[in-house]
Write a protein that binds this ligand. Structure first.
Ligand SMILES: [Zn+2]
Ligand SMILES: [Zn+2]
Length: 181
């Protein structure tokens, strides 16, 4: 679903991640002595070829540098983890059965009209012809599987989507309240 807040939030993070210099990054500390014999330290985060990603201030806490350097691997991992959860807890549309919809099947089976009707009324996964013009709702495949095990519930009993897991991820990523929580 393009344009929904969850996709937008993830796309923004992924874009920043992909535009940044490739990793791994690490914390490097150079030091030496100036002309007066005073020691200097120059902490920086460097890229895979040892090039500076950025040079930090001498007083920058080491934890900040570690955090920045590890973000190069941590962010893609976290994105992958969120995507794995969302792949399980997705929103799958389900549709009304074609036999009860408002589009009677044209009588002439060889007509273009009938071809169009067929396109709008394909065979659903449960072996019942469905009407793509009448979306009945959305369900979460994983929550439905967890609730019913191997048994196949009636469409009406599907756990509706977005499910609580999906909503919790959305709330955490966008900083908004979980709707209906
Ligand atoms: Zn779910
Ligand atoms: Zn229909």
């Amino acid at each position: 679903m393009a344009g929904d807040p969850l996709t937008t939030a993830l796309d923004e993070i992924r874009k920043r991640e992909q535009e940044a210099t490739r990793g791994p990054w690490k914390v490097t500390r150079e030091h030496g002595y100036d002309i007066d014999g005073d020691r200097w330290d120059l902490p920086s985060v460097t890229g895979p070829g040892g090039e500076d990603i950025f040079v930090a201030d001498v007083d920058q806490p080491a934890a900040d540098l570690r955090f920045a350097a590890h973000a190069r691997e941590d962010v893609p991992r976290l994105l992958a983890a969120v995507e794995a959860v969302l792949t399980l807890h997705s929103c799958v549309a389900w549709y009304a059965a074609a036999d009860g919809c408002e589009h009677p099947e044209p009588e002439d089976e060889d007509s273009g009209e009938h071809d169009d009707w067929n396109d709008d009324h394909p065979m659903g996964t449960t072996g019942i012809q469905i009407c793509l013009k009448e979306k009945a709702g959305s369900y979460c495949p994983e929550c439905t599987r967890l609730a019913y095990g191997d048994a196949e519930p009636e469409c009406e009993d599907f756990v509706s989507a977005p499910c609580p897991t999906h909503k919790a991820v959305l709330a955490a990523l966008t900083g908004k309240e979980v709707p209906g929580a």
